[in-house]
Design a protein around this ligand. Structure first.
Ligand SMILES: C[S@@+](CC[C@H](N)C(=O)[O-])C[C@H]1O[C@@H](n2cnc3c(N)ncnc32)[C@H](O)[C@@H]1O
Length: 247
């Protein structure tokens, strides 16, 4: 990348953008994001060395996980949607969502960071429901699914599309919110939240999240640690790491 293509720190930090991810730009300088996932990277048990592998980050937003996968050696594509309102927004809430997203340009943060890091990670505008191998230039070795299933009407349908692009034996890494209270129950269940928030359809319990993955056809489904992440509003989220395979 030409040096001149790199944004200045000032350009990056003064961009008109709602930052979702806190991302370190240089020691002690970070983007002003809504969620700081840096202390939780190890909980996901991503392979340390992904050299020579192709990785896909679903719902990449500012690209926190895409850049992390690239740092580990993978060649990375992050997908996200450019549509406003997002495709799974109920019609009755379109106006509210449009108002909240007025003026925002999807992909702004990812692009600034890609230029800042001199990264080869690529962001593509692909709805997860439309994902196929053609959309990502062939099968990938690893797919990262972070905090997106709760926004979807059909989480299992989305996971089926994800499986479609994973090579046989390829890895799925999930880092998804679960409902803390419901997770004390062993039977699968999810809380429907769309009446109380315009963004979120479901909060599954642990058993439900695992069942979504199994139902989508993944094997070797393994539940790892739950991380408690506090967002910038002080709200606690319980994010469960799940590993699985395609076949
Ligand atoms: C809560 S953010 C999670 C960001 C990131 N994956 C993480 O784990 O921190 C959810 C992301 O999913 C994206 N998204 C929502 N619906 C989508 C869809 N149908 N296809 C692709 N991305 C979608 C949103 O635009 C947003 O960037």
């Amino acid at each position: 990348m030409a040096q001149s293509d790199r944004p200045s720190l000032d350009e990056l930090l003064s961009a008109s953008h709602y930052w979702y991810h806190v991302i370190e730009l240089e020691p002690s300088v970070v983007t002003p994001g809504w969620i700081d996932l840096r202390p939780h990277v190890e909980a996901t048990r991503l392979p340390a060395d992904l050299s020579g592998q192709r990785a896909l980050d679903i719902g990449t937003f500012d690209g926190f996980w895409a850049f992390e996968l690239e740092r580990r050696g993978a060649s990375v594509i992050g997908i996200d949607i450019d549509q406003i309102p997002p495709p799974d927004t109920p019609q009755s809430r379109w106006a509210e969502v449009q108002e909240q997203l007025a003026g925002s340009v999807p992909g702004t943060g990812f692009e600034l960071l890609r230029r800042w890091f001199g990264s080869d990670a690529e962001r593509r505008s692909v709805n997860v429901y439309d994902l196929d191998q053609e959309a990502v230039d062939g099968p990938v070795d690893l797919v990262f699914v972070g905090a997106i299933l709760q926004h979807l009407r059909d989480p299992v349908g989305a996971l089926e599309r994800v499986r479609e692009v994973l090579r046989p034996g390829g890895s799925l890494v999930l880092f998804e919110p679960v409902d803390h209270k419901l997770s004390k129950r062993s039977e699968p269940m999810a809380r429907l939240r769309i009446a109380e928030t315009i963004w979120t359809w479901w909060y599954p319990n642990r058993a439900c999240l695992l069942d979504w993955v199994l139902t989508a056809g993944f094997t070797e489904v393994q539940e790892l640690a739950t991380s408690v992440v506090v967002d910038s509003t002080g709200t606690k989220q319980h994010l469960l790491t799940v590993h699985a395979r395609n076949g």
